[in-house]
Design a protein around this ligand. Structure first.
Ligand SMILES: Nc1ncnc2c1ncn2[C@@H]1O[C@H](COP(=O)(O)OP(=O)(O)OP(=O)(O)O)[C@@H](O)[C@H]1O
Ligand SMILES: [Mg+2]
Length: 283
């Protein structure tokens, strides 16, 4: 398995209630941040459907809506949460009350939207977020963080909690420029040695491989990680542009369930195979 980033030491204030409820698992979840430079490139679509595909592989998966304040995973999944991460952060509810099961068979922790207090990363939000992840990590095999776009403090903080980073980009030059900017920050600020790239809304087969190699060349020239080696960009797959994606979003259904044979569904399933192989490979 690839080298994992160690989580920072957490301020451990897990309630006795939460600790007692957690099943004893010997392993901690892999935390995969699904992020992007530019917004609207398909992070939430990928997170929601990839989680369903990974669940079919037998993994116990949770998707955490890490786009605090501007979340829309609830909309995509057609869920109406009565309790959100916000209620957990403010102590009004327990974590268990906020975790929902989706039609895809995996769990979600939704953030709710329109909460202005999450536009700035305060020490309190930082501590709450870390505590939440620390409590969840022993309970799942994989936690996907559906983050916001760009390189704001909130986005970079949620990505810093991940053991793996999956950057989603479209082949458009603006998306690629922003992806490069985000990857550069991950290399220099978070000292990441490796980032995975998924090209969504690909127009032609082979798009992603060519884009990854171009971006890698620029990284090799201009970005050196702490180890002195360039950051390694790994192409994790392409998802074709597919009108079925928009249809599923409009109907608020998971594409993988409503149209499992659609080209984008097949591509997400392939991506899940790749992730399974990477996560279960011997160290
Ligand atoms: N492969 C695809 N083919 C066609 N349309 C797509 C594809 N992927 C995403 N879309 C369209 O792009 C829209 C935005 O996707 P999504 O909400 O997942 O992006 P996002 O990166 O999460 O956005 P934000 O940055 O706002 O969180 C979808 O609602 C869908 O209409
Ligand atoms: Mg989103």
């Amino acid at each position: 398995m690839d080298t994992l980033v160690t989580l920072p030491t957490l301020p451990a204030h897990i309630s006795m209630e939460d600790a007692l409820r957690a099943p004893s698992r010997s392993k901690l979840a892999h935390i995969i941040a699904v992020t992007s430079g530019k917004g609207g490139v398909g992070k939430t679509f990928v997170s929601a459907n990839l989680a369903a595909a990974l669940t079919r592989h037998g993994f116990n998966v949770l998707v955490l809506d890490a786009d605090l304040g501007l979340a829309n995973l609830d909309v995509v999944l057609n869920l109406y949460p009565k309790v959100t991460l916000h209620d957990v952060f403010t102590g009004r509810s327990t974590l268990d009350e906020a975790i929902l099961t989706t039609p895809g068979g995996y769990s979600v922790l939704l953030a709710g939207s329109g909460m202005i207090e999450y536009s700035r990363l305060t020490p309190e939000i930082r501590a709450q977020f870390m505590r939440t992840i620390e409590t969840l990590r022993p309970r799942y095999d994989i936690i996907l963080l559906d983050t916001g776009a760009g390189i704001s403090d909130v986005v970079l903080f949620s990505v810093s909690l991940a053991t793996e980073v999956l950057v989603v980009a479209t082949p458009e030059p603006t998306s690629l420029t922003d992806a490069y900017a985000a990857i550069k920050v991950l290399a220099l600020q978070q000292k990441r040695q490796q980032v995975r790239l998924v090209i969504n809304q690909a127009q032609r087969p082979g798009d992603g491989r060519a884009i990854t190699s171009q971006l890698q060349q620029v990284l090799n020239r201009f970005v050196t990680t702490e180890s002195g080696e360039p950051l390694q960009l790994t192409h994790w797959g392409d998802i074709p542009v597919d009108s079925a994606v928009r249809e599923a979003v409009m109907r608020r259904q998971l594409l993988l369930q409503s149209m499992p044979g659609a080209p984008a569904s097949l591509a997400v399933a392939q991506l899940s195979n790749k992730i399974k192989a990477a996560l279960t490979a011997p160290v």
